[in-house]
Design a binder for this molecule. Structure first.
Ligand code: ATP
Ligand code: MG
Length: 338
């Protein structure tokens, strides 16, 4: 792990903080500077729809919800991915129980790591000690740009962006550099959280990103029951769903197996499926409704078996790709030796 950290740190330059070798197409630092005044808003290659899960307040459950939404999209038949844009506090490796340095394609694009049928990319894979890095300004902007545009997703119907808390530079960089199809704002029901949520909604309104709706998280005796639904009714915002405060959501997240996968039959998993169904409808994505409420036990079991098989095949494919890359290296070394 230490070796990997050093190899990544060696490459930490302003124009290439993730240390992606430069042989091909990606834009240069000079291009970036030249366009500094006018950031270019691009689509993420190979991705049909991109949504951001956001909240100005920290710790309200963005990452937990992003992970479960991405998994729920996948369980409903969509090709789904998740991008952790939290450079300083990445959560996705832990939530998906994934680690290890991503491999790269021949034209130096990062290859996502997969688990439970969802592709993922995170700063946490590239710099495991990401929490301790001290980048600022340009470095952060450039790292975000690389995560947004230098990953080979290989064709996705939906990509969920897990945003860091706040309404600062990172959020702005994302909205400026990528065409978002919508934002989902997460809040807990209490007044303090809702006051902060307004800031997030204002940011998206300013940059013309449609706010698809809000998700109330951690409702119950601690934070109350209806704060977000009252807020949505008063501000003409769609309430996408309500996820209660529940010990097993915390425990599942902690052991790297989010609720949608760990407890597929639970009311909590169904709540996530209802939200993704609504979102898919808003985004015009066709989904198979069978995992959602009312699914028969045999159907659910069949879909779970299918997801398990996909997982197994993904793991095997990853091993084969590693073997292939070792063989290629060996061939290259032998050729160099001539
Ligand atoms: N509905 C819930 N019930 C119980 N625990 C929850 C629930 N939602 C999230 N949590 C827990 O709350 C903690 C914070 O969640 P999470 O990391 O998803 O928040 P976040 O908004 O992404 O935080 P940050 O702002 O630091 O990125 C985690 O320990 C998570 O497991
Ligand atoms: Mg988070």
């Amino acid at each position: 792990m230490q070796k990997r950290l050093f190899s990544n740190l060696r490459n930490l330059q302003h124009d290439n903080p993730l240390g992606i070798p430069r042989s091909g197409a990606p834009p240069s630092f000079r291009d970036f500077i030249a366009k500094r005044g006018l950031p270019e808003q691009r689509k993420i290659r190979g991705v049909s729809k991109v949504i951001a899960v956001s909240s100005a307040k920290g710790g309200v459950g963005k990452s937990t919800i992003s992970a479960n939404l991405a998994l729920s999209f996948a369980r409903q038949g969509l090709r789904s991915g998740i991008l952790d844009t939290d450079i300083f506090g990445p959560s996705i490796p832990g939530l998906f129980n994934l680690s290890g340095e991503p491999r790269r394609t021949e034209n130096e694009q990062l290859i996502p790591l997969s688990n439970y049928g969802v592709k993922s990319m995170s700063m946490g894979y590239l710099v495991p000690e990401a929490g301790s890095i001290a980048w600022r300004g340009l470095m952060v902007t450039k790292a975000i740009q690389q995560l947004l545009h230098e990953v080979d997703w290989g064709g996705l119907d939906i990509l969920v962006l897990d945003l860091p808390p706040g309404t600062g530079d990172v959020q702005l960089t994302i909205t400026q550099h990528v065409k978002l199809d919508g934002a989902v704002v997460v809040s807990t029901p209490e007044d303090a959280a809702l006051r902060v949520a307004v800031r997030g909604i204002t940011l998206f309104n300013k940059v013309d990103v449609p706010v698809l709706g809000m998700i109330q998280n951690m409702s119950g005796p601690v934070h109350g029951l209806t704060g977000v639904s009252d807020f949505c009714a008063a501000h003409d915002i769609t309430l996408l769903g309500d996820i209660p405060l529940h010990a097993s959501i915390l425990a599942n997240a902690g052991r790297g197996k989010p609720t949608v996968v760990a407890e597929p039959e639970s009311e909590r998993a169904r709540a996530f499926h209802r939200i993704t169904r609504t979102l898919a409808g808003m985004l015009g994505l066709p989904i198979s409704g069978s995992v959602v409420e009312g699914a028969s036990a045999p159907t659910t079991q069949r879909l779970n078996e299918k997801a398990g098989r996909i997982e197994e095949l993904e793991r095997e494919a990853q091993e084969l790709e590693e073997l292939l890359s070792e063989k290629r290296k060996e061939i290259a070394q032998l050729k160099e030796g001539d």
